[in-house]
Design a protein around this ligand. Structure first.
Ligand code: NAP
Length: 331
């Protein structure tokens, strides 16, 4: 079997470590493996498939001759180093938002738009975590009943904001002096209708990522879609309440059947027996879970549903590895 040389930039972070975990669990054919982070992490030991690897300092010169370079070290690092890696390596898969809306960059969710993968010019962007799990469900529904409008509210876990966010939640729950503050308000026993920065029109950047990335991935530039994104005191797993208006009429049973038979989706919809998706169920799972499927009688052809996925797996690491797997298959 051909092995692929891999570099991970941001290997000590939540997403970087999850990429390693997913590569191991999916038996990704890894050859040479190099791990990069900041100066403070140089020499940190990380175990992969029973072998110890040491974290190195990131330099431009080091990013040469890899088949795949995964970036998960934030926007500024991707901005500076990803174009260099794209020039000197096979393919960059970038978790930051910095290149996602650039015309030359494919923004890929393999269940939705895998045909974009081979159109890359050295770099593919991994979409926002909340967008990924939603479009996996929207795509088969759109193919069958044509979506007219989407209204989504999210309930996003703190792991979506990195390690410092977990530290803040845990310190607040244990009533410990805060090590560091990621959010502008307490997150324990609270909800913050605030993810990323606010724009002048009152929307946040996270909300506009969901709007713009969904249109790009689904290739529906005129889709009507609006979002409210909320941070909740859950460690891992993003939830979404999604209201959809279709062009065509549908039967609920057909919706359930289509979702049940679509790639990457697990249908969990038996509310009378307390069966519905929850973040704790999706922990460390690669699939997107959907349930609470019901008709919205207030509009023509309206549907409500509830979508949950592990934001570090399908929302980040798994989707990135699936892009690499699809690329290997299609090349
Ligand atoms: N968390 C999610 O659910 C999620 C989902 C999708 C996308 N993302 C994106 O993925 C990226 C990483 O998120 P995360 O949650 O993993 O954050 P994190 O836990 O804070 O980890 C950040 C990583 O980047 C490294 N890093 C930071 N500055 C660096 C620099 N100048 N040079 C080299 N390495 C540097 C850190 O190294 P040290 O350990 O040495 O500081 C660490 O390995 C972000 O762009 C985020 O928006 C996150």
């Amino acid at each position: 079997m051909k092995l692929y040389d891999i570099a991970i930039v941001g290997a000590t972070g939540l997403v970087g470590r999850k990429i390693l975990e997913v590569m191991e669990s999916r038996n990704f054919p890894v050859g040479k493996l190099k791990l990069f982070a900041t100066e403070k992490s140089i020499g940190t030991k990380i175990d992969f498939k029973g072998k110890v690897y040491f974290v190195d300092k990131l330099t431009a010169e080091a990013l040469t001759d890899f088949d795949f370079v995964f970036f998960s070290a934030g926007g500024p690092v991707s901005k500076e180093f990803a174009p260099i890696a794209a020039k000197n390596c096979g393919l960059v898969i970038d978790n930051s938002s910095i290149f996602r809306m650039e015309d030359w960059v494919p923004l890929v969710v393999p269940e939705v738009n895998p045909h974009r993968i081979l159109k890359h010019k050295g770099l593919i962007s991994n979409p926002n975590c909340s967008t990924i799990q939603m479009v996996v469900v929207l795509k088969p529904l759109h193919d069958n009943w044509k979506i007219k409008r989407v209204v989504v509210a999210t309930y996003q876990a703190v792991t979506g904001a990195g390690q410092y966010a977990i530290d803040q939640l845990e310190d607040e729950i244990r009533k410990l002096p805060p090590r560091r503050k990621k959010f502008p308000h307490p997150i324990a026993y609270n909800c913050l209708p605030h993810i990323d920065i606010f724009y002048d029109d009152g929307y946040t950047r996270e909300e506009m990522k969901m709007v713009n990335e969904t249109k790009k991935i689904m290739e529906l530039p005129t889709l009507k879609i609006t979002a409210t994104c909320v941070r909740v005191p859950v460690i891992g797993g993003h939830s979404e309440a999604v209201n959809i208006e279709f062009e065509k009429s549908f039967e609920l049973e057909d919706v359930r059947n289509v979702l049940k038979n679509s790639p990457g989706i697990i249908l969990m919809d038996d509310p009378k027996n307390n069966i519905y998706p929850m973040p704790i169920i999706t922990n460390n799972k690669d699939e997107v879970y959907v349930g609470r499927i019901r008709i919205d009688e207030t509009v023509k052809n309206g549907l409500n549903l509830w979508i949950v996925a592990d934001n570090l797996r399908k929302g980040a690491a798994t989707n990135a590895i699936q892009i690499a797997e699809e690329y290997i298959l299609r090349k």
